[in-house]
Design a binder for this molecule. Structure first.
Ligand SMILES: [Zn+2]
Length: 234
């Protein structure tokens, strides 16, 4: 039956379109490399911030050391001059000792911080390399997706044109039955028979039905209601 053949071709276009549209949806989801590049960028910023904080803490302690050093030298000059009473000189000596202890502690801290800074420098270089690599990966993915999407969009618009051309050849009543029912039939309003079974629902046809199908060329499946075609068109 020619009308059913035309509808079968239309259905094939619709099924292809459905697959292509699903592919397009998948292609339009953002690639994982976008998130990975963002994670690398966040890590880089974090390292840079810690590095800046550490550098300013080192600077701060260095200034403290300079101040203490000046104080120690002043005390030294005063002690050397020998001015003042014994008690005063003793106090100055104690103070000088105290200042030296403070200075040593600060210098130890600075040393530790310098070591951490060196570690951070290494981490920063590594993070920069990783970010560059991930950004390149992201660009590559986006480009590949854009190319694939463009090709797929072209393909689907071609199928839509073919569909538009196919529609006028189908009787409106049959077309509206198809449009109403295909959504309940996984897009397969029409189906075929293989090894005596409906290819839509898998149910075996009775031999009388198979005979009728061969004779009439088409028959509704008693189980799923799909119209079975004995000889679907190419
Ligand atoms: Zn069936």
């Amino acid at each position: 039956m020619e009308e059913l053949d035309g509808l079968y071709r239309l259905q094939r276009l619709d099924l292809t379109l459905r697959v292509k549209e699903e592919e397009l949806r998948r292609l339009r989801t953002p690639p994982a490399s976008i998130r990975q590049a963002e994670e690398s960028r966040v890590l880089l910023v974090k390292i840079e911030q810690e590095r800046q904080r550490l550098k300013s803490e080192i600077k701060d302690r260095e200034l403290q050391v300079d101040t203490i050093q000046a104080k120690i030298q002043r005390l030294e000059r005063e002690l050397f001059s020998g001015k003042g009473g014994a008690k005063e000189l003793l106090d100055k000596q104690t103070d000088q000792q105290h200042q030296r202890t403070r200075k040593n502690a600060l210098e130890d801290q600075i040393l530790e911080m310098m070591e951490r800074l060196e570690e951070l420098d290494g981490q920063l270089a590594e993070a920069r390399r990783e970010l560059t690599a991930r950004e390149a990966e992201r660009e590559k993915d986006l480009k590949a997706k854009a190319v694939a999407s463009a090709a797929l969009e072209e393909e689907t618009s071609q199928i839509r044109r073919q569909r538009q051309e196919a529609v006028p050849g189908i009787p409106p009543e049959l077309l509206s039955r198809y449009e109403n029912q295909r959504k309940f039939l996984q897009g397969q309003f029409l189906s075929t028979v293989a090894n005596g079974s409906c290819q839509g629902c898998g149910v075996q046809l009775a031999s009388a039905e198979l005979t009728r199908l061969r004779k009439e060329g088409h028959l509704p499946c008693g189980s799923c209601g799909r119209i079975l075609l004995a000889h679907p068109p190419d």
